[in-house]
Structures are given as C-alpha cells and as structure tokens.
Write a protein that binds this ligand. Structure first.
Ligand SMILES: [Zn+2]
Length: 180
C-alpha cells in the first residue's frame, strides 16, 4: 500500500502528493473532499467507516502566494503535455527535447516564449532555423504558464496507484524519474 494521496485543485488539476495522514488532517479541517479511496480501512465503528483517501480535491480555490512556475525542461514538457509542438505526437520524456523556436544564433532566448517541446525527428528537420524558414508550423504559441501540475512529478517516486489514473495524464513522465 502506497499511503500516498493525490491532491487535485478545485479545478481538478493535479496539485501535489501528500502522505495519507496529511490528507486526513486536511479532510478534518474541511479543506478537501474525498473523490477516491483505497481499500484500507483506517477507522471503523458501528456508524462510520473511514477508508484511506486516494484522491482528494481542494474545496476552495487556492489563494496562496503565487509562485512563478520555474522554467525547466520538465515544466516545458508538462506545459506542452509531452506533445511535440511541430508534429503533434505525444512521446515519452526521453524521446523529447526542447527546441528554440527562434534559434540562439539568431538571438532567440531560452524563455517560456521561445522554447517548445519537440521530438527528435522534428528537431533534426528544423535544424538551426525558424519554423518559417523550415516550413514548419507550431501547434500553439508558447507562453509562460500560470500554473502547472508539476509537484506530483517532483514528489512522487514509484508506481502510480491505479485509482489515480483518471486524474493524471503524464504517467510516462512520472515513472521515468528524469530530472530537468
Ligand atoms: Zn515532432
């Protein structure tokens, strides 16, 4: 049993992973509601059975200090949903690299607005050219994301509990354990 609980934001985006004790604490404080449970029973009486939560959702919109999303390889891939922004193919993290839309030698910077996820074949085809020069089209204009479901990746090592599967979409990345 993993004992790990996936917390979703009020908007159902994966937010972070915490030990079940912490999730129970949040539950009793009225901060989360339980969406999925494990089979393990934590407490049983005549009138009540409490099972270990597996997926919980924050009840209120998170209004904590807004931390800027850090620019990193994994965060670029997460923003782009592990999909090559040229051919649209979703790939594993090791099959992706990141591409300077405007190449560095042409003054392109390493920023959210100029970096996209690219597969190796597309990267090789584009070479050190702009998409226009290479006759390629970007699926979407890169921009700095306001939030990202990245904490799960950073905090969670190990297999993803089955019961989480409908709530996470970056399984491949989570299990590969690669860091930026
Ligand atoms: Zn591609």
């Amino acid at each position: 049993m993993s004992g790990q609980v996936l917390i979703l934001t009020a908007g159902m985006e994966p937010h972070r992973v915490v030990p079940w004790q912490k999730a129970i604490n949040m539950l009793f404080l009225g901060k989360v509601e339980v969406l999925e449970e494990y089979d393990e029973v934590l407490y049983r009486s005549v009138t009540i059975t409490i099972r270990m939560p597996a997926v919980v959702r924050l009840v209120r919109v998170f209004r904590g200090i807004k931390r800027a999303v850090k620019f990193s390889r994994i965060n670029v891939f997460t923003r782009d949903k592990f999909t090559c922004q040229y051919c649209g193919e979703k790939r594993k993290m090791r099959e992706l690299n990141y591409d300077h839309v405007v190449p560095r030698h042409m003054g392109g910077r390493t920023t959210w607005e100029n970096i996209v996820t690219s597969c190796y074949p597309c990267n090789a085809r584009k070479r050190n050219r702009t998409p226009e020069m290479a006759g390629m089209t970007l699926l979407s204009l890169p921009s700095k994301p306001r939030t990202l479901p990245i904490t799960v990746h950073l905090n969670f090592a190990g297999d993803i509990p089955e019961v989480w599967s409908s709530y996470v979409y970056w399984n491949a990345a989570m299990t590969e354990g690669e860091d930026p």
